[in-house]
Design a protein around this ligand. Structure first.
Ligand code: ZN
Length: 392
């Protein structure tokens, strides 16, 4: 790694640095002001009169008592506001814009397919709504993977990860995988495997953006072996696998971690309470990490402050790391700020942050080429057209 970038790490640098965001939940990434717009609209229609103003209900950046107190915010509040197809499309578009405004060049947005019987929103309709919004977005940004596209800084590509929630049944998890396969990004379409898997009818090709499947939700709930068949199908279907891993001690038992690692995940999220024998497996397999500084500190998942975060330890292992926001709407720390925190607490100079951005790009399920081109152009600008400042 060289340090030929003549910059200091400040707000401007971390915003201008093209970044890949790989661990961002759609519902948790909605800003309070966007939710307030929905809330006002509903109240004008006589709905949601019992719900508090989002600007006071969500106090961005405040610490939670613990991670368990975090989940009701979604089940009892955000899902009540984002409860129909129109609202899903509206908030998805706003979230995409917020990430691009922060200098994200490639986004893998994740979401759990939800239904709402009152508004006739099925899980299929939910995924279609998100996919249509991504199609409109990507078309407007001239896809980097189309033959004649021109990549410009700020032209963010968006892909989708569908999440299985730990409270789901095996049947519900299978439904998520069905949708993921139906909406799988057509990168390496294998007709033979489609027949073998009994793949459902595929969605229109222009609306297929799913690149992976995730396991998320309250880490105190669920028995992960329930989901082994579902993740097996996702893997055989050619989807990337990412899992919220070892978030709390109760979800870090040998049995749970062994089961998850048997799914052959590509990436692990959070990776906090990892016994040494599993850390050794992760290092040996060179699994990629999605690490979220503000989220972990504000929910008390990690002890101590930013400087004590396990990011510092994993950084030395050679595993790819994707610094990520998790739920920027709640924690109030955009991805650029997460890079700033890494620079501040782990003494990372500008070239190291460029390296970190490349590391995230290489861990992505489909954005590597686009991101490395964006970063190459950024380096050229920063070094006055000289050689690349960093190497992986
Ligand atoms: Zn998460």
């Amino acid at each position: 790694m060289t340090t030929s970038i003549n910059q200091i790490v400040d707000d401007d640098f971390v915003r201008a640095l093209p970044k890949a965001e790989l661990h961002a939940h759609l519902s948790g990434s909605i800003s309070p002001s966007v939710l307030q717009g929905l809330w006002k609209r509903k109240r004008a229609q006589g709905q949601c009169l019992d719900l508090e103003d989002p600007l006071t209900a969500i106090r961005q950046g405040e610490r939670f008592v613990d991670v368990v107190s975090f989940f009701p915010l979604f089940d009892k509040y955000i899902y009540a506001l984002v409860d129909n197809v129109w609202a899903v499309k509206f908030v998805t578009g706003q979230v995409l814009q917020d990430f691009e405004d922060d200098g994200v060049g490639y986004l893998e947005l994740r979401t759990t397919p939800r239904e709402n019987l009152c508004s006739n929103m099925t899980k299929q309709a939910y995924v279609t709504a998100v996919s249509e919004t991504l199609r409109e977005w990507n078309e407007s940004r001239r896809l980097a993977d189309s033959a004649n596209s021109v990549i410009q800084h700020g032209n963010m590509i968006a892909r989708l990860i569908l999440s299985i929630d730990r409270k789901m049944t095996a049947v519900q998890a299978d439904e998520v995988v069905d949708l993921a396969i139906k909406y799988k990004f057509p990168r390496e379409v294998d007709d033979k495997s489609a027949i073998h898997l009994g793949r459902p009818l595929e969605a229109p090709v222009e609306e297929r953006f799913v690149v992976g499947v995730d396991l998320c939700g309250n880490p105190l709930r669920g028995e992960v072996s329930t989901f082994t068949p579902a993740f097996g199908r996702a893997k055989r279907g050619g989807l990337g696998i990412t899992v919220h891993f070892a978030e709390v001690p109760q979800s870090s038992t040998g049995s749970e971690l062994s089961t998850i690692l048997s799914w052959e995940p590509d990436r692990l999220g959070h990776v906090i309470n990892v016994p040494q024998q599993y850390a050794d497996i992760i290092k040996k397999r060179k699994l990629a990490m999605e690490l979220c500084l503000s989220c972990n500190v504000l929910t008390g998942l990690t002890t101590g402050g930013f400087a004590e975060h396990h990011f510092g330890r994993w950084l030395k292992t050679g595993c790819a790391i994707a610094l990520s926001t998790d739920d920027v709407g709640v924690f109030g720390s955009p991805l650029s700020n997460e890079y700033l925190l890494a620079a501040k607490h782990f003494d990372m100079p500008p070239a190291a942050l460029v390296w970190l951005s490349k590391s995230a790009a290489c861990a992505s399920f489909g954005g590597r080429k686009h991101m490395l081109e964006l970063i190459r152009r950024f380096e050229q600008r920063e070094t006055g057209g000289g050689q690349d400042a960093t190497e992986l």
